[in-house]
Design a protein around this ligand. Sequence first.
Ligand code: SF4
Ligand code: SF4
Length: 284
Amino acid sequence: MTINKEWFIEKIQTFLAEDDANKMVGVDGSPIYRQDVLVGFASGDDPIFEEYKSEIIGSFHMTPREALENYCKKKKLDISPKNLSVVAYILPFNQETRKENLEYSKEWPSERWAHTRLYGERCNVALQQFLIDELEKEGIFALSPMMHTFMWKILRKHENGVWASRWSHRHMCFAAGLGSFGLSDGFMNEKGVAMRCGSLIVAYELPSDADKRPSDPYAYCIKCGKCIQRCPVRAITFEARHDKQKCSEMVMSTIPYIKEHYDIPIYSCGLCQVGVPCQDELPE
Ligand code: SF4
Ligand code: SF4
């Protein structure tokens, strides 16, 4: 069996089509994610992973090698770090969710958007486990650092600011040439910023897409400022870009609203990801 991009796309599409995890059961059972997913690869030894530690994110962010070592130490396994690759993917939100979050309110997330934040992320985690299991059937080890609490953690405060994690799916997508960041910190890509993404470390050499990666991490953002206008708390500015603390306070303040109106325990917002030129595509 050849393990390549088509293999990953086919596996992800099969999962999204067949698994109940991709159904918005609390609303109308429609799919949370569309089928037209994107997949990209990066070498596990790509120098960008050291740059994430030394300059871009912080020393707490793991390289793929460190994550594998950490996992092997804990699980008492011996897996070679030779030929490591990172697989990153984009799961686009369905159009009804995008439309509803734009039309519903200028202050609060819509029901579909909130369900996507909660159940869509559960689907994303289930998808990672599915891919790990499918790779294991082919004799290939794979690991998702965010699925293990001994490895993955969100840091409220860190050496370079606030709110960052020890493994960032969005940064894996950037490494794998799938797009760039925007002013709002959303991950801009061909399917639009209204998405969730995931990544795996795979002990198998896959052809790197690093040549598709722009040198500027904000390359595809046209600096139109529409996301600034969409944010109810002005957490985005041209000068300071995305104020993660202000954003997080707004996002956390949605918990009681979502509980009262949609009866699910989650926070959500995403108002800056709809009604903007990067919502569905890379803007011209
Ligand atoms: S709305 Fe405009 S400024 Fe904001 S991230 Fe998208 S392209 Fe960039
Ligand atoms: S997620 Fe909400 S609070 Fe955060 S920047 Fe976007 S619109 Fe503003």
